[in-house]
Every structure is written in C-alpha cells, then in structure tokens.
Write a protein that binds this ligand. Structure first.
Ligand code: ADP
Length: 387
C-alpha cells in the first residue's frame, strides 16, 4: 500500500474507534443514571420537607407500593420494614384509594412492627399525592383509647362499689322502722347506719381525690417539702386509730430530707400506708416508718408485722378497688382506693412505690422520691456557673 494512503486510513480508523468508545461510555452513563433514578425515586418538590416536619407518622409510596419517603414517626410505630408497609390492611387501604381516587380515613388496630404483639390504635388517612404517589398519614390514638377504657372501667366500678353501702343504708332504715318499739335494736341498726354512711363518705372523698390526681399528670406548683413534717403529720392523723388498735408507731432514719412536691398530697400518701399497716396488723404490734436517702433519692418505708399479702396478689394491690380479703376490708371500712391514691401521688412526684410482703409475717411499702436540690446546693452551683 502506498504510504500516502496509509495516513488518512489510520486517521479514519482512529476516529471510528474513538467515536465508538465515546458512544459506549455515553450510553453506559445514561443507563447508570436511569438505574439510579429507579433506585432513588424522589418525592415531588417540597413534600420531603413537609414530611420531615410532620409529627404524625407519614409514608409516601410509589405505584408499586415501594416506600420512597417516611417521617421518623412511621418507623417508631413500626409501619415500614424493608421499604414496604408492614401491615396488609394498610396496603389494602392504599390500593383502594389508588383504584377509586378518593382519600380515605379509617381507625385501625394494628401490631407495632412485623413481630410485635403490642396493639396500636391508629387513625390512618390515605390520599393520592400527585398522579404517581400515595401519601399515608397515621396518628397514634393508643393512649387516648386506653384512657377511655380506664375511665369506663372506673365508672362501672364506682357504681358497683357505691351500690353496696347505699343498699345497706336503705335496708337498715327499713329495719329501723320495724324495730321502733325495741330501743336495743334501734341502737344497733343506727350504729350500723353510721358505719355505712362513714364508708360512703370515705369512698366519695377518695374517689374525688383519685379523679383529681388522675386528671393532672404532674404537679402544677411544686415547692420544697420537708419529709420529717410529712411523716409527723401522717403519724398524727393515725394516732387515734393506732391507740384504739393497740399498735405502736415508731419512726426513725435520716433527718432533714427534702423533696419537691405538694405537702398535702405526700401526707395523704404516707397516711394511707400507715393506716393500712395499722388496719392489717393484730395487736400488740408495731408499725415502723423509716427514712433513708442517697444523693438523689429519698426513701420512705412503712413496715408492719401484720397479715401480709399473698405472693400472687402482690401485683394487684395498687389497682383501684382491689382488696385481698373483701370481707375484712369492708369490715374495717376499707374502700380499696388507698393504695391507688398512693401510687398516683408518688407518680405525680416523679417517684415510685414498691411492696415487699410475706403472708403471715408482714409488709413493707417503700415510696421513692427524687431528692430536692437544696437551696444551699442550688445557689452554690449557680455561683460556680457565674464565676
Ligand atoms: P383498702 O381500703 O381495702 O385498705 P387499699 O387500696 O389501701 O384498700 O389496699 C388494697 C388491698 O391491699 C387491701 O384491701 C389489703 O387487702 C391489701 N393491703 C394493703 N396494705 C396492706 C398491709 N399493710 N398489709 C396487708 N395487706 C395490705
């Protein structure tokens, strides 16, 4: 071949090879770009930020029901797993809205996550988002449903509990009428009427107290409370009952402990524990109140050597209207609300109450409360911060 032809031929071959390589590279880049778009399908402009800002659980799905965007709440409620909706009922709802086009709101009871057995009550709304996407928003109504059930239960229990003494007063009044000629009988029936009406008064008072405590989640206006004063007041309120029952009350332990809270409520809580300790002990016996504290916690323990509580009932004693021995509690004028009130007072103070007990040997109820940062310590730390 002539050398004059060789040069243009080489140039042509080079151009062809180079062009081919460039075309292959461009095609590969385009394919890659398309693949990336499929993998990271994006939600319409602005929706991203709206979903991030939502408090409710929100999920955006594409046309194949793949989850392409979630708010943090959606994961917390366990609605999404591996980029799909966990619950078949949610998928059905999304499909229905996609088919008919109208937004739908439904109340559903679902499990939390794919494995969880905790039940959630959700109000779920599904609506189309543009032409390609679906938006699902879920509001957690579990707590509201629980509170409603508790309220219904409470009202049913109250009606039942009040019917007994009210019925008894009615029957006693009738009996009084028939026994008007017998002064001894009249005295006996009148005495029992007094007992029943006292029980009614105590129950009404405790129901009001409990409702007040349940309405408020936390204390509105806490102040520094001296635990010594709380214990002195609780003992004072129980002195007559203790003397009548032949039971000695002793107190001891750490002095000058302080907690933040409401003194009246704390006196009620300790009073209820001491009253129970007296009520469920036989004479002669002792009831002890001991205080101990660490840097952060104040503990008030009320101990008795009374009848104790069977193991299988221990978990239930803080429930409203629960009594281990119905007959004994009724005979002593118990309402079954005392420990429930203790639990609520303590919870409202950011603490807890525990029980140890052994049938036939006695019980110890221990209230634990956060210790107040004393004014002394608070002012020192403020100075330190300033300096
Ligand atoms: P009650 O008004 O019946 O005493 P509480 O709510 O105070 O109601 O207590 C619930 C139940 O727990 C009581 O009926 C009793 O069976 C049991 N209980 C509470 N405190 C004691 C105690 N110190 N010793 C034994 N049993 C107790």
């Amino acid at each position: 071949m002539e050398s004059a032809l060789l040069v243009p031929l080489a140039l042509l071959l080079g151009a062809l090879l180079g062009g081919g390589a460039v075309a292959i590279i461009i095609a590969a880049v385009r394919r890659g770009h398309r693949a990336a778009q499929v993998a990271t399908a994006t939600v319409p402009d602005g929706v991203d930020q709206v979903i991030d800002a939502l408090e409710s659980a929100a999920v955006v799905l594409d046309s194949s029901n793949t989850v392409i965007k979630t708010s943090p709440g959606a994961h917390a409620l366990g609605l999404v797993w591996h980029r799909t909706l966990v619950h078949a009922r949610l998928v059905e709802l999304v499909d229905r809205v996609r088919r008919y086009g109208d937004p739908v709101t439904e109340d559903l009871e679902l499990t939390r996550g794919p494995l969880g057995d905790a039940q959630l009550r959700l109000s779920v709304r599904v609506a189309p988002l543009g032409t390609r996407y679906m938006l699902l928003i879920a509001d957690d109504r579990t707590e509201a449903h629980r509170l409603e059930a508790v309220r219904r239960d409470f009202v049913a229990n109250i009606s039942h509990e009040l019917k007994t003494p009210i019925g008894a007063v009615g029957l006693l009044a009738e009996a009084l009428e028939h026994a008007s000629d017998d002064p001894d009988q009249v005295r006996r029936f009148a005495e029992r009427m007094k007992t029943e009406s006292a029980r009614l008064a105590a129950m009404t008072q405790e129901i009001i107290e409990l409702s007040r405590l349940q309405a408020a989640n936390a204390l509105t206006d806490p102040s520094e409370v001296e635990v010594d004063a709380v214990i002195a007041a609780a003992i004072d309120k129980n002195r007559v009952a203790a003397e009548a029952a032949g039971i000695q009350i002793v107190s001891g332990g750490a002095k000058k402990a302080r907690v933040m809270g409401d003194e009246g409520m704390l006196v009620t809580a300790v009073h209820n524990l001491v009253a129970n300790a007296i009520q469920y002990s036989q004479k002669p016996s002792r009831v002890g109140i001991g205080v101990s504290m660490t840097d952060d916690i104040v503990e008030i323990a009320v101990t008795d050597q009374g009848v104790g509580i069977p193991d299988e009932e221990l978990d239930r004693v803080f429930e409203r209207f629960f009594r281990v021995d119905q007959a004994r509690s009724r005979a002593t004028g118990g309402t079954g609300l005392g420990l429930s009130i203790v639990k609520h007072v303590v919870q409202n103070h950011g603490g807890d109450v525990r029980v140890w007990s052994q049938s036939g040997y006695g019980s110890t109820f221990t209230i634990r409360l956060p210790r107040a940062v004393s004014s002394q310590r608070a002012s020192t730390s403020k100075q330190k911060v300033r300096s």
